[in-house]
Design a protein around this ligand. Structure first.
Ligand code: NAP
Length: 321
């Protein structure tokens, strides 16, 4: 089968479209004919092997798994031993740990769910990682609360705005000038253009501040959060250098959190079938929709990754297979 794979760590040039063996579904796994694959910032870490700490999981000197990509949408081609929840022909979406930028991918049943009926494969592939992360970030939000989403037009942020609106929150989105109308169209009650104002413009009024951009000082984020609120740190920005990259930001949390005020919460979301089922219901009910910025053919995955790495997508970047 054809897949986007790499033999060594490095920039997007290390990726190439090549022939690789079709994977085989093991127990509790299914083989999916991939129709579309989502691109997310995590692909950059897998590809470059940076920050270096990531190599402990992905392979010390070169990537243990050559095929890139995690999010996918497609059609079940074969089921592994013991699988009863899916059968060949089912349309699914979810994630794999063994590469989704390929004609076929093997995924564990627990990371898959039936695809939303109202979405194309390209739209469905844009959901699994980003929307599940947004869902996790907003888990505690209740109707009437004030929520700020920083990076409101990005992969996670565009979902976070819609999910917070669906929960009955009053939402402030933070984005660049060119995304203001998009963020409004997603339902944000207020939009802060970060080129014109800071995130603490309205004072410490937000019950939940979700930061996906990872580039504002922690003390500033806290000045946007109510004293009993929470600042959810979803991303470490585009600092992927050194041993820990954006994770070094988390090391500063105890120093800022020692002062009275909102608490901080790191976010390490997993993708599970239960969340994908929940999202499918919200999507098919019309409460949430994927925002797709660009769709690239599989062979142009390196360009898709380069574009995402610029850090300013309007929603999601997707590969069609
Ligand atoms: N914790 C987890 O479980 C988890 C899971 C998935 C991803 N992540 C991480 O979460 C982060 C965000 O992921 P994503 O897919 O949403 O990334 P993305 O699609 O690249 O979005 C990044 C956002 O950052 C915003 N931004 C850039 N510069 C900014 C600035 N100076 N001020 C305010 N906003 C700025 C951009 O807004 P404009 O376009 O408006 O400039 C954009 O919306 C990444 O670091 C990713 O690795 C974490």
């Amino acid at each position: 089968m054809k897949a986007i794979a790499q033999s060594r760590y490095g920039p997007a040039d290390v990726l190439s479209l090549r022939e690789v063996p079709r994977p085989v579904a093991g127990a509790a796994e299914v083989l999916v004919q991939v129709r579309a694959a989502g691109v997310d910032p995590g692909v950059w870490i897998n590809m470059t092997g940076q920050p270096y700490a990531a190599r402990a999981a992905f392979g010390l000197t070169r990537p243990r798994i050559a095929v890139r990509g995690r999010a996918l949408a497609g059609v079940v081609a074969e089921v592994g031993p013991g699988v009863t929840t899916f059968q060949p022909g089912d349309e699914v979406y979810g994630t794999t740990g063994r590469g989704s930028f390929a004609e076929f991918a093997v995924a564990p049943v627990k990371w898959l769910a039936r695809k939303p009926a109202t979405l194309s494969f390209e739209q469905a592939a844009a959901v699994p990682i980003s929307a599940v992360t947004a869902l996790a970030a907003l888990r505690a939000v209740r109707a009437g609360q004030r929520v700020m989403v920083i990076g409101a037009a990005g992969g996670i942020g565009a979902y976070a705005v819609q999910l917070a609106v669906a929960r009955g929150a009053r939402v402030t989105g933070v984005c660049g000038t060119d995304k203001v109308e998009l963020v409004r169209s997603l339902g944000a009650d207020e939009v802060v253009d970060y080129t014109a104002a800071e995130v603490d413009r309205d004072g410490p009024v937000h019950d939940v501040v979700v930061d996906t951009a990872g580039c504002r000082p922690l003390s500033l984020l806290r000045r946007a959060a109510a004293p009993r609120g929470v600042v959810v740190l979803a991303g470490g920005g585009h600092d992927s250098g050194g041993l820990l990259g954006g994770m070094t930001r988390l090391l500063r949390v105890p120093f800022v959190a020692a002062r009275p005020g909102a608490r901080f919460q790191g976010l390490f979301s997993g993708e599970r079938a239960a969340e994908l089922d929940e999202l499918r219901d919200l999507i098919d009910a019309g409460a949430v929709r994927p925002v797709i910025d660009r769709v690239y053919p599989l062979a142009e995955a390196p360009d898709a990754i380069r574009y995402l790495a610029l850090g300013h997508p309007a929603g999601k970047v997707v590969l069609t297979v």
